[in-house]
Design a protein around this ligand. Structure first.
Ligand SMILES: C[S@@+](CC[C@H](N)C(=O)[O-])C[C@H]1O[C@@H](n2cnc3c(N)ncnc32)[C@H](O)[C@@H]1O
Length: 281
């Protein structure tokens, strides 16, 4: 079948049912490691109030990989709107319009998202404030082409010294307050996994058949051990009904290096996150 040639982007194959990428772009984006540099953009100083914010241009790239122009995207855990901004950036960058819906439990983050849209002159996407486990029930099934989201972690991230640095640097690796996921200060990891499974079960029914779902999830070093959270979460999502297709490793070149274990024990400086790729089949 003939392909339409574009000087800089390469040829576009009209049989392409997944996205609007040319073969050259498809090849670039099919790498299992993302090391493209995303500048601090889109009102980063405002967005960084949210510790888990993701680069909107990176979200735009993921949206371009998994959708065609005209698609509708869902982020049930939207934060300050990396996904929603990414959706609006598609049109601004001449890549076709996408629309999106975000759900966020904390109204503060939605307010910041709206402020960013107005400052950047970006189309404001639809938002719902509330708990995704309830709000998803109010949304019609099978209406989204792609789910792009980023999981919150249990309340560990609200605690002081959650990185375990102070104890480990004193050589007292075992004394980290985070060694016990089940302490009364911390929601247990199992409880976190069950909540996430519930959110993703409900999200699955909103996704159209053959639609993809991409989930940012970082692994963690806590309580003197490494937790393969992406693998543990992937297992829950497969149980929730998704088919696991890939794990993309995002090497975040912007991440500052901290030295945790020196000179007592090896503790990794986490400069990567995982992006689980799943599909409704
Ligand atoms: C990792 S952050 C998302 C950050 C986002 N990707 C961004 O670029 O800003 C996860 C968000 O989920 C929200 N959240 C946690 N539990 C929720 C729930 N049950 N329903 C809706 N939002 C929830 C948190 O408040 C947090 O803002």
């Amino acid at each position: 079948m003939a392909s339409k040639k574009n000087e800089t982007r390469g040829g576009y194959d009209p049989r392409n049912k997944l996205n609007d990428l040319t073969g050259k772009e498809w090849k670039f984006f099919s790498k299992s490691v993302f090391n493209k540099h995303y500048n601090k953009h889109c009102q980063f100083e405002k967005r960084k109030q949210h510790g888990g914010n993701k680069p909107p241009l990176m979200c735009m790239d993921l949206i371009r990989i998994f959708t065609k122009s005209g698609a509708r995207i869902l982020d049930p855990l939207m934060g300050v709107g990396g996904t929603l901004l990414g959706a609006s950036l598609c049109e601004k960058n001449g890549r076709g319009r996408r629309t999106a819906l975000g759900i966020e439990i904390n109204p503060k983050w939605v307010e910041i998202y709206k402020e960013i849209c107005s400052l950047e002159g970006l189309e404001e996407q639809e938002t719902i404030i509330g708990d995704a486990t309830n709000k998803l029930d109010e949304i019609k099934d099978d209406q989204f082409d792609f789910v792009l989201t980023d999981v919150p972690y249990w309340n560990m991230d609200k605690l002081e010294h959650t990185r375990g640095a102070s104890n480990i640097q004193k050589g007292n690796v075992a004394a980290s307050i985070l060694q016990n996921f089940g302490s009364d200060k911390l929601t247990s990891k199992q409880e976190w996994l069950s909540t996430m499974k519930k959110v993703f079960e409900k999200t699955l029914s909103k996704l159209r058949h053959k639609g993809y779902c991409a989930v940012f999830v970082g692994d963690m070093y806590r309580g003197s051990q490494y937790h393969l959270l992406h693998a543990e979460l992937a297992r829950e999502l497969v149980e929730a009904g998704y088919v696991l297709k890939a794990n993309i490793v995002w090497y975040d070149v912007e991440r500052r290096l901290h030295v945790y274990g020196y000179p007592y024990a090896y503790v990794p400086s986490m400069v990567h996150q995982n992006i689980l790729i799943l599909r409704k089949e």
